[in-house]
Design a protein around this ligand. Sequence first.
Ligand code: FAQ
Length: 319
Amino acid sequence: MHFKKLEEEDPKKLEAFQARIDAEERIEPKDWMPDAYRYHNIRQISQHAHSEVIGMQPEGNWLTRAPSLRSKKILLAKIQDEAGHGLYLYCAAETLGVSRDTYIQWLHEGKAKYSSIFNYPTLNWADMGAIGWLVDGAAIVNQVSLTRTSYGPYARAMVRICKEESFHQRQGYEIMTRMMNGTKEQRQMAQDALDRFWWPSLMMFGPHDTDSPRSKLALQWKIKRATNDELRQKFIDKTIPQAELIGLKIPDPELELQADGSYKTGEINWEEFYNVIKGNGPCNRERLAHHREAHARGAWVRKACTAFNEKYKGELVLN
Ligand code: FAQ
């Protein structure tokens, strides 16, 4: 696929496109768009879709060991929701002219990323609480802002996803609350899960604005409605009081409540972040290998689903 550089585009068309963005019009699949806008959305939406799907793995690990039938049913429903989010997002991404097969191929070839957070292991049941509370909590902050993204199919997918994510966030917080009201060992497990997931959750928002090469155009074209740092700060300010309410301690010795009510945190370990997104996190290889294997095992299902179409070449058969 060849994507024109911005300077190769017709300046008049670019100007008219920017005017539509500035007027808060949604860009739809058949509208003219600069290749760089198309490419940005192809990359971001497909990476977002991959995150939802790969994100099922850390939680799937605990389905067979959920502590009660109730918690097992809730976790199962949550994981199925994530699969659904992947589907909406792959559909939105396909409207940009790339097939889902190609997106999956890019993932398997390591050309496409997925969120860094899913490369960390889930070691005990409290991690299910930490993921729902922190990871879905961070995802919501980002995705609420994306309900206003300029590309129509992406924005519409976000609306439904956000409703479901807010249920997930509560599911996670409920697990943490129950554990904090439980035995000493349960409280330690919850604190340990927070200690391990706090910093990786802050990394989900991406590099600082000054180090984010994709942000400038994304903001100009209103693909992003807020910067990485703005969204991260929103998440921090919302989450710390929730932690304190149930007796959890944020693992940051430099944390400081400021006069305006917001929190100043210590610095994120960016070396760890870049290491994880380059494929060298604790579980990167395992996650991709599992996806490749599951995809290969599902080939017969895909074949069976399209068999009817292949036989009748898309003709509608009424009897
Ligand atoms: N992980 O210039 P920027 C969920 C990459 S959904 C991996 O700032 P951008 C639900 C970035 O791709 C979670 N890579 O880039 C759930 C770029 O590399 P590239 C997923 C990251 O795009 C919960 C490079 O760094 N949500 O959790 C990360 O403007 C529980 C430079 O960065 C979304 O995907 C990262 N954390 O901003 C499911 C939301 N951060 O592509 C299951 C949509 C940055 O040039 C269980 N995405 N990179 O090679 C976005 O909002 C944006 O893409 C950002 C990054 C904010 C992630």
